[in-house]
Design a protein around this ligand. Structure first.
Ligand code: GDP
Ligand code: MN
Length: 434
């Protein structure tokens, strides 16, 4: 309301401008400059008076047009360029259309993290990065979820970093816990003997089970079409110059990812067989244009390739689909989230590869991203102006799961494609960096 009334501030301007016309009749200098002022100062003040009036006028106009200081200096800079084409910059409306920071969003989406209170510093780093690279312009809301209440310190610490909406939610006991059919004694033995990362942890397994089967059912996500999952301590190396949610929606994409790699096979020892058991019961659920080849090595065995889910942009209708829900229920019953340590990454990836059409999964090759301890630079980003990404830190693009994904996708989408022959090396390993 106040902003709309700002034009009232212009009211005193016309009389001010008319004042010089009345100068012959009135003693103008005397009006503006006290007689006691020395004549040198009086002349100087009179000389700069018009500039002062124009400055005030420009200030009023800028104020009423709601321009920021940055926009004013940009316009001033462009006008000062001798051969700058007039009006080369996007109009205010074009900018709004592109970034839609205030109006209705074209996609109902949010940045979502399951996170611990103790991850406050790491989460603040992520938010700082994502605001700087993307969200200060796009203004998508954040949703933070936790198995215990968020502390006031956590809430204040993340809210201060963004002007977007932030909400905080807790998990119910069904979504964060161990189902009653899990044999507690067997689980204790597994934890004592497991030799893989997080093998001895209860909470890590609950986290993987929650991210696999429940995150998309949380009431705070009920209205969302898409989510972008974020985690503490990650980095984004490039300005995100377009809206990935809009991009995915417009192109019919359901699953977007950046980093892909193989899994510690002991954590998923029976996941593939359990999956095949499910498929045998529901053969009609597998997409005809699926990416099963990506999940298998040349001998036809499960190769552990998965999308790293600490970054994922997903059309939530995929996780809400009957196929995905039936698959999760089948896995949960089998108990491998606890008897092994099935991660949400292989679970999401197998589901995306089998239930979606290959053209609905998308590698965001142009997003520069780091999650401890793997980084991914877009190719050529060390010379691209809006990325600061050290190629030495970036994982090899010839890494096995990336090559296999690209090949498999091409083979599905192009009926003419034949089984590729590898002339160069295909790396199995992903370099791990600090
Ligand atoms: P990693 O990426 O596989 O090493 O696993 P992280 O430790 O980063 O955990 C993945 C995400 O789940 C992070 O956002 C963590 O903050 C969150 N997380 C992990 N364990 C818990 C937990 O016990 N409680 C809550 N609330 N969040 C957790
Ligand atoms: Mn993590």
């Amino acid at each position: 309301m106040l902003a709309q009334m700002r034009w009232l501030l212009l009211l005193p301007v016309p009389p001010l401008l008319l004042l010089p016309l009345a100068c012959p009749a009135v003693n103008c200098p005397a009006m503006f400059v006290p007689r006691t002022t020395s004549s040198r100062y009086r002349r100087a003040i009179l000389k700069y008076l018009p500039t002062l009036v124009i400055g005030i006028l420009a200030g009023y106009i800028a104020g009423t047009r709601n321009l920021t200081l940055q926009e004013i200096s940009q316009i001033k800079y462009e006008l000062s360029q001798p051969d700058a084409p007039a009006c080369d910059h996007a109009s205010e409306q074009e900018i709004l259309d592109q970034y839609h920071p205030h109006g209705q969003k074209p996609v109902k989406a949010a940045l979502v993290a399951l996170v611990r209170n103790t991850d406050l510093l790491g989460m603040r780093q992520t938010i700082r990065q994502i605001e700087d690279r993307f969200n200060s312009r796009f203004n998508y809301p954040y949703i933070f979820l936790n198995d215990v209440p968020f502390t006031e310190e956590f809430k204040a610490g993340v809210r201060i970093l963004t002007s977007a909406n932030v909400s905080f939610g807790e998990l119910d006991s069904e979504s964060w816990g161990m189902p009653e059919w899990i044999d507690r004694e067997r689980f204790e033995v597994v934890k004592r003997t497991a030799r893989y990362p997080h093998g001895g942890s209860d909470s890590y397994r609950k986290m993987c089970r929650f991210q696999s089967g429940f995150i998309h059912k949380h009431p705070l996500l009920a209205d969302l079409e898409f989510y972008w999952r974020i985690e503490p301590d990650v980095e984004f190396f490039c300005d995100q110059e377009y809206d990935p949610f809009v991009y995915m929606k417009e192109n019919g994409l359901k699953y977007g990812w950046v980093i892909g790699m193989t899994e510690f096979m002991d954590t998923v020892a029976t996941l593939w067989n359990t999956t095949m058991g499910f498929i045998a019961e529901h053969p009609g659920m597998v997409s005809p244009a699926n990416l099963k080849r990506w999940l298998l090595d040349d001998a036809g065995n499960y190769n552990g390739c998965h999308f790293w889910t600490n970054f994922e942009i997903v059309d939530l209708s995929f996780y809400r689909s009957p196929e995905y829900e039936a698959y999760f229920q089948h896995l949960d019953r089998a108990g491998g989230f606890f008897y092994e340590r099935w991660g949400d990454a292989p679970v999401h990836s197998i589901a995306a590869a089998l239930f979606l059409n290959a053209s609905q999964t998308h590698w965001f090759e142009d997003i520069g991203y780091f999650h401890p301890a793997v980084a991914k630079c877009p190719s050529g980003s060390n010379i691209r102006s809006k990325c600061v990404c050290d190629p030495q830190r970036s994982f090899v693009e010839k890494s096995y799961c990336i090559v296999r994904y690209k090949e498999s996708k091409q083979m599905v989408l192009d009926p003419e494609a034949t089984e590729p022959v590898h002339t160069g090396p295909v790396y199995m390993a992903v370099p791990v960096v600090g």
